[in-house]
Design a binder for this molecule. Sequence first.
Ligand SMILES: [Zn+2]
Ligand SMILES: [Zn+2]
Length: 170
Amino acid sequence: MIFLKYTCDRCQLEAPYWHRARIYQLADEITCPLLGERVWCNDCNTLRSAERFPPSDYLQEKIGRLQGGELTDREMEFISLLEMSKEERIAELLQKAMTHLKWLENRQSPPRCLECGSTNFVRIPERWDVVDDYFEHPGCGGTFHQTMQSFAREIGIPVYDAEGNRLNDF
Ligand SMILES: [Zn+2]
Ligand SMILES: [Zn+2]
């Protein structure tokens, strides 16, 4: 995972931020990737990741593609690794994508902070296109600048239920 640290130029507060993989544990033991985005959580009062729901168009297109028997190069790559036939791989991905779409359609609560579960947060879009990634410190008036970046080894994948509640402590 990538670890970033931001420091406010006015109050000197340090806000750590982790880019890491997370998953949903959905029905029938199926897991789906959880997309996170950078937010300022008003309940944690710091920088966090919150859920970002995938567009249903994206999932519908993926389902259509798989039903047509098409795999992307990346999906093909895993076939030999997993010792699966192409048909088995398609069936597996299709089941996952359909579960993912059904989850999206049935989801009740709005996106949650992935640390505390709050829905009270402000999005801070990530800026990959600029050298200095900065943003306002809400309620302070200062500006956070990135002051550290490093890689850290994953100790485990955080798992969440269908409503974005955390199921483990990783
Ligand atoms: Zn500040
Ligand atoms: Zn929070």
